[in-house]
Design a protein around this ligand. Structure first.
Ligand SMILES: CC(C)(COP(=O)(O)OP(=O)(O)OC[C@H]1O[C@@H](n2cnc3c(N)ncnc32)[C@H](O)[C@@H]1OP(=O)(O)O)[C@@H](O)C(=O)NCCC(=O)NCCS
Length: 180
């Protein structure tokens, strides 16, 4: 279960996720997914088993560039949120150049600054890897993550092109230049 409203002043740390975290990470992901595409989206209907498999796939990504990081309360080890980086392309020549970022914070915690601290930790850590850009696909109605992206220093690259049947862009591309 997601833990409601921990103490605002709690101290917490960031570590790499391990496979034992997968259930909790999946739960946080499923709770946040309807909000990631704007704020009034339908439940996408992803099962817990699919969500867990998705998280395990990310946790098992090889290399220092990629994987999942978690924010954990120091007192009782409640997982407050997670941040992942995965390769944007599997092409061997560019696999290590660009990563896609995803950030999901436990609904019982947000907004307490967990998201920006997780993202910042991971983009700063990326300076010790081969990564050049960290890319995020952000829905223009997702006000919370837009604030996080601005706080951390992501640059708006632009919208994906409109479609005949959907003139407003569903997602916009933001990028953090690791090698600037
Ligand atoms: C987006 C998310 C990661 C932000 O994490 P967080 O720990 O809450 O980040 P913060 O505490 O810095 O709060 C973000 C800011 O957005 C604001 N905010 C949060 N949700 C908001 C909303 N629905 N509408 C308007 N503002 C919102 C907060 O008040 C805060 O504002 P402030 O910086 O002026 O205080 C978290 O809300 C989340 O997990 N959302 C669901 C999943 C998601 O959308 N992930 C991103 C996919 S690209």
């Amino acid at each position: 279960m997601l833990k409601p409203q921990p103490d605002v002043t709690m101290s917490w740390s960031i570590r790499r996720a391990n496979e034992a975290d997968a259930d909790m990470l999946a739960e946080i992901w499923l709770a946040g997914t309807p909000h990631a595409g704007g704020n009034d989206q339908e439940d996408p209907g992803i099962s817990m088993a699919e969500a867990k498999a998705f998280m395990l796939g990310r946790i098992r990504l090889p290399g220092p560039e990629f994987g999942v990081w978690v924010g954990v309360a120091d007192d009782d080890e409640t997982i407050l949120g997670w941040q992942s980086l995965r390769p944007l392309s599997d092409h061997p020549l560019v696999r290590y150049c660009s990563a896609e970022s995803s950030t999901y914070v436990n609904e019982g915690v947000a907004p307490r600054g967990v998201g920006p601290r997780l993202v910042e930790h991971v983009v700063l850590g990326a300076t010790r890897t081969r990564l050049e850009h960290i890319v995020a696909f952000i829905h223009p109605d997702n006000a919370g993550v837009l604030k996080v992206a601005a706080k951390v220093g992501f640059v708006r690259v632009g919208p994906l092109p409109a479609l005949k049947w959907r003139p407003a862009p569903e997602f916009e591309i933001y990028a953090y230049p690791v090698g600037r």
